[in-house]
Write a protein that binds this ligand. Structure first.
Ligand SMILES: [Zn+2]
Length: 255
């Protein structure tokens, strides 16, 4: 039976996601921005929390852990390199490890850059990726603890996932990301199409995620730092892709 997901808003602009295995009943929260919103999502779905899959240590992804763990006795899975900064961790994982949520198997991808130990979770069978604050729809996370080159390599790892992978990211930033992306690629028709669809979704009060790898490849400038036209647009024709990426990221920081 295919995995189910349930998306809900948390805090100011975080995305909360539940991942559910209908066969076993196992349910994981992807990060825990705040316990009340996760509780409300569990109530709405009738699912029972068995696991928490944490992507990185930031408070807006982990503050809900203690209350949820106390109430549900769920297992907390966290990145090996950040476990000491995350409360009540049961299992630490790193690149290539498998994490099972009932019958759903996810693989751990180390995607550092936003934080030094950030990880993502990918289910090949269900074509689902939970990427935290590494990749956003038409954007990417700020490079806080790593280097631009590290972040670029993490994005390449995510870009290599199957095109039809549905991507759940940590924040609803799509609208602002599109406004920025259009300063880099004003003539990109895929970006214009995405802008059109996103504004419809936002006007209808709908979330703009999940996105897909295919969609991000054609419209997200941060995944396109190795496209000659993008390099030229930021005045770095023939520069290494990591340098082009760094330039785009720096421009976004001051946008
Ligand atoms: Zn973060």
């Amino acid at each position: 039976m295919p995995a189910k997901t349930y998306l809900f808003p948390c805090l100011k602009d975080n995305n909360g996601v539940l991942l559910h295995d209908p066969e076993s009943g196992a349910t994981a929260a992807i990060d825990a921005p705040e316990s009340d919103a996760v509780e409300a999502a569990l109530k709405a779905t009738g699912w029972k929390l068995s696991d928490m899959l944490v992507t990185h240590h930031h408070a807006d992804h982990t503050d809900g852990i203690p209350a949820l763990k106390e109430r549900h006795r769920c297992r907390v899975v966290a990145p090996h390199h950040e476990a000491s900064r995350i409360p009540l961790v049961d299992v630490t994982v790193q690149e290539g490890d498998s994490v099972k949520v009932g019958g759903i198997t996810t693989r751990v991808l180390e995607t550092p850059g936003h934080t030094a130990g950030h990880i993502s979770y990918f289910s090949h069978a269900d074509k689902l990726a939970f990427v935290g604050d590494t990749l956003f729809s038409i954007g990417c996370g700020r490079v806080i603890e790593g280097t631009p080159e590290m972040m670029w390599n993490s994005l390449l790892k995510l870009r290599a996932l199957p095109d039809d992978t549905r991507v759940y990211c940590g924040h609803e930033y799509t609208d602002a990301n599109i406004r920025f992306a259009r300063t880099i690629e004003p003539d990109n028709p895929a970006l214009a199409a995405r802008a059109e669809r996103a504004s419809q979704q936002i006007n209808q009060g709908q979330p703009t995620i999940p996105t897909t790898i295919a969609e991000e490849k054609v419209a997200n400038p941060f995944l396109r730092a190795d496209v000659a036209e993008v390099a030229r647009k930021v005045g770095l024709a023939d520069a290494p892709a990591a340098q082009v990426f760094a330039e785009i990221r720096a421009r976004k920081n001051s946008f």
